[in-house]
Design a protein around this ligand. Structure first.
Ligand SMILES: Nc1ncnc2c1ncn2[C@@H]1O[C@H](COP(=O)(O)OP(=O)(O)O)[C@@H](O)[C@H]1O
Ligand SMILES: O=C(O)C1=C[C@@H](OP(=O)(O)O)[C@@H](O)[C@H](O)C1
Ligand SMILES: [Mg+2]
Length: 169
């Protein structure tokens, strides 16, 4: 069976929704950031600080390729993953289903405020807006998109399950 891959900007809920979706579907769950942290034994901010973003992106590409070639897993990606052609190819391999979670800037600010685990998020609304705009065309390549502003993680999971059932029939 194919994998279900969640993409989207930071704070849209990929990690939390992915875990819950996997539970509901009886699939395994992999979060690419968590796997990178486990393999390197470093936190994401430590990797950025010690080795730089380019090193992180190379490592991320290897991890994305590896997990996307597996089966029956829900994969939550980091927000930068769809920006790279190599990752887009890895994610589409074997007919994986790509689901994009969306949220507006106020929601993203609210959900990520007070956390310092995202080195690219500087609590600057206009920078966030321009990064989101730059990335939007790549997020839009997903098979299915959900606006998460007014939904709980459980409601989002239910919407995804309805979509998957409809797609199957
Ligand atoms: N639909 C939602 N409603 C309210 N809070 C949410 C929702 N989705 C995620 N969150 C919260 O927002 C924060 C960021 O979510 P996370 O899953 O880490 O996002 P991402 O992996 O996309 O960066 C977490 O504290 C999470 O509990
Ligand atoms: O958008 C990005 O470039 C990033 C998003 C983060 O993951 P989340 O989207 O899960 O926050 C993490 O991979 C890293 O901080 C870089
Ligand atoms: Mg995440």
């Amino acid at each position: 069976m194919k994998n279900i891959v969640l993409i989207g900007f930071m704070g849209t809920g990929k990690s939390s929704v992915g875990r819950l979706l996997a539970e509901k579907l009886g699939y395994s769950f992999v979060d690419t950031d968590t796997l990178i942290e486990e393999r390197t034994e470093l936190s994401i901010p430590q990797i950025f600080a010690e080795s730089g973003e380019d090193y992180f992106r190379q490592y991320e590409k290897k991890i994305v390729k590896e997990v996307c070639s597996r089966a029956n897993i829900v994969i939550s990606t980091g927000g930068g993953v769809p920006m790279f052609e190599e990752n887009r190819l890895s994610m589409k391999t074997g007919g994986n289903i790509l689901i994009c979670l969306r949220a507006g800037i106020p929601t993203i600010m609210r959900r990520t405020k007070g956390r310092n685990n995202r080195p690219l998020l500087k609590n600057d609304e206009s920078k966030m807006q321009s990064l989101l705009e730059k990335r939007m065309p790549f997020y839009d390549q997903a098979d299915f998109m959900i606006d998460t502003d007014d939904l709980t993680p459980l409601q989002i999971v239910n919407e995804i399950i309805v979509y998957l059932r409809r797609k199957k029939n």
